[in-house]
Design a protein around this ligand. Structure first.
Ligand code: PLP
Length: 395
């Protein structure tokens, strides 16, 4: 009965489910406190108190038919204006309400833009390691994802290899910084070079290549690291932002797309993206949480809690002899597998009740992803297990 295009998705889903089931099985045998699950990217830091207050105040103060009603498919005008003003203050951009479309998280933002841009057979380039859903999103619109192999020296994109992969079918490029799974922030130098290549190559192939900046982790940056604002480096950039991590609201499904006026045919692209939002079935982003965003525009989660986790985990793992590029943002650490086959290494970890995700799930074999959006206590309790894993691997 199901479509042929769905079959690989169903098969892949069982692999993820298998990992989830394994965690539950281990917890049932050894007790949840003795199983160290670092596989998921679900924030453990609570949403700011101001979010709860905003929900209550909105329900008390604003009229119910308004709060729960339909609005423009692009979202509430005052919410979009508030976001545009905030971006302009923070990043020196010149957005206005018309540049912002409220979306059902970054995932929906990417889908809206891919639907807006892709004809069947068009190519979208991304850089390994990357969030594997990109392939699924691109295939939703009969495009194909072209992957630039990882630069494992520092996990900045390999821009030489990138240029080689651009061709007449290239329509868009997806980047993600701070990055899932490496925690690396793409530097100003990287973005300057990337922007220059995109300008040159767009001219060469005869149409603009659109840069999609996937930004769920923008606010999670440590040690004062700056996450450069991508529209300032290349005009044909659209930003897919999300409050899933910056306000710990992943289940509420709220984010936005920002399309600057400078983009080629900006008005046409924006109008098409609003229609894509509607015809993909979202219709509009959740109303209540759009209203919450307006009241909580200056809020963010307690980033220090993630930073504490990062320090403890990174310094301990390095101390045990593992190697890893120090994460500057997000809440992931991408550990080099001490065994050639990282899936075998994941099995060794599992024997010590530690669950991590193989790098091949991000198109980067030889590494594993450790999510540190868990309690500080879980990290503390897991350290003897990591030490034993290091010893078992001869470190
Ligand atoms: N992009 C990346 C790199 C992610 O890691 C995630 C979620 O983990 C998403 C997009 C989807 O985010 P959202 O909840 O905003 O749809």
């Amino acid at each position: 009965m199901i479509a042929e295009k769905m079959r690989p998705l169903v098969q892949n889903n069982s692999a993820i489910r298998a990992m989830f089931e394994e965690g539950k099985r281990l917890a049932a045998i050894y007790g949840a406190e003795n199983v160290f699950d670092f596989s998921l990217g679900n924030p453990n830091v609570p949403a700011p108190e101001a979010v709860k207050k905003a929900v209550i105040d909105i329900l008390d103060e604003e009229e119910s038919t308004f709060v729960h009603g339909y609005m423009s498919n692009a979202g509430y005008e005052d919410v979009r204006e508030t976001i545009a003003d905030s971006l302009n203050q923070r990043f020196g951009t010149s957005f206005h309400m018309e540049n912002i479309i409220m979306t059902v998280g970054a995932a929906s933002g990417l889908n809206i833009l891919l639907k807006t841009l892709l004809d069947p057979g068009d190519e979208v380039i991304t850089f390994a390691p990357y969030f594997l859903e990109y392939g699924n999103y691109v295939r939703n619109y009969d495009g194909s994802l072209v992957v630039v192999p990882a630069n494992t020296v520092d996990f900045q994109p390999d821009l030489h290899a990138f240029r080689e992969l651009i061709g007449p079918k290239t329509k868009a490029v997806i980047i993600n910084s701070p990055n899932n799974p490496t925690g690396v922030i793409y530097s100003e130098e990287t973005l300057t070079r990337l922007g220059r290549i995109l300008e040159e190559e767009s001219k060469r192939i005869g149409h603009p290549i659109v840069l999609l900046s996937d930004e769920p982790y923008r606010e999670l940056a440590y040690d004062g690291a700056v996450v450069p604002y991508v529209t300032r480096y290349y005009k044909d950039t659209a930003v897919c932002y999300s409050y899933s991590k910056s306000l710990s609201l992943p289940g509420e499904r709220i984010g936005y797309v920002a399309i600057p006026d400078e983009m080629t045919e900006a008005r046409e692209v924006t109008a098409a993206a609003v229609i894509a939002n509607r015809v993909l079935g979202s219709v509009n982003a959740p109303s209540l949480f759009q209203r919450v965003i307006k009241r909580c525009i200056h809020e963010k989660v307690n980033v220090e809690a993630y930073d504490r986790n990062r320090h403890l985990l990174y310094e301990s793992l390095i101390g045990f002899g593992f190697s890893c590029v120090k994460p500057e943002g997000a809440f992931y650490l991408f550990l080099k597998s001490p065994m050639e086959d990282e899936k075998a290494f994941c099995e060794v970890c599992k024997e010590h009740h530690v669950l991590v995700v193989p790098g091949s799930s991000f198109a980067c074999a030889g590494y594993v992803r450790i999510s540190y959006c868990v309690s500080y206590e879980q990290i503390q309790r897991s350290l003897p297990a990591f030490k034993k894993i290091a010893e078992a691997c001869g470190l």
